[in-house]
Design a protein around this ligand. Sequence first.
Ligand SMILES: [Zn+2]
Length: 397
Amino acid sequence: MNPVWRTNPAPLCPACLSQLESGPLVKLDLPIASFPTTRDYGTATLTLRPCAVCGHYFQENPDPDVLHLIYSTIYRESPLGPDDYLAQLYRRPFLDFFEAWTAADEPGLKLLEIGCGEPNLLLPFAERGFRCVGLDPSPPAAETLLRHENISIVPGYVEDLEIQDHFDVIIMRFCLEHMRDIGRAVYSCFSLLLPGGRLFIQVPNNEFYMEHRPPLFAALEHIHYFTRPSLEALLARKGFVALAAAGDGGPNLMGLYRRGPDWAKKQKAFLETEARLEADLKSFFISHPRPILYGYGATFIWLKSRFDLPRHCGQVIDDTASFHGKPAAGADLTIKPLDEAEPTADSPFLLCLNPMYHDEVQRRIEAHFPGASVFAITRAGVHRLGPRPLIGSRHGP
Ligand SMILES: [Zn+2]
């Protein structure tokens, strides 16, 4: 059979990772400066690719020279100050959202705003007791005089950041849509947050613009155009759990996310536990060469994958009647009911069962074979179960 080669695989949506089929492109000739400037910087073409699955639009190949010109030169002439009426229309809803989802009594928590712009925009958080760090590559951010002792500024981009510190809260207001690699940016937030830390995001709502079509819904410095599904897909695949949302139906989307579990760390711990358990069992089989394995299930099958069971196992017991008389795969033995077990000093019981059954099974073993030793496999290792107290077991109230 001939292999099928795909020389040009379809590109993926940067938000939801769906394969992009050919869809209608948005092409616009836009002035490079989106507000009046002292000189004319001309125009450039903006081309947006759509994702039919999550509604995301994005610039596939933004021109780095145009972006550099906008950020390093044109933004110095930005007419929107922090107290500007138009800016307040966007800032007030965010502050309301933030206040609704943070307790008033959390002084001393560490907060990072990525792309903070004018540093004094951090004042509402500093005044609530947050110790604020603002990150921004633009010269005005570093040059502005700070008005609060709880605010400090770090110049730069989050992708290149070498902060050893970790944060309780990260904020990105109208910042993510400017970033080229949104997956990397969101994963940087994951790495910078403390376990259980929270991420607040505000981005323009592409769905609103698609429906209402006001002029100038696009800008050359906006690389990504989010919808609620595209924002949620991106955050979920970078390990965040959505906690709250606001702004849907309006011109900007807000979302609050909790940093989910660190799966890489959990997986490492899981493998370490498994290796420790294997070492523990090796020693157990040396001191107890022919144990009675109790329970034919997932733990037994795991043991089979790690040990030479015909050499290490004396008998196999299970309570399921339909298993009796059938071979225990890989152990060269037949599965028997408990009353046919033959425990000796060298053949104690080894429970290969979910710990939730340990109590009940130990009770049954002691009823059949008083004084028999019973060992169990748990995540802490292989250990002997102590004798069950007589009072309260059979003759309880
Ligand atoms: Zn998508």
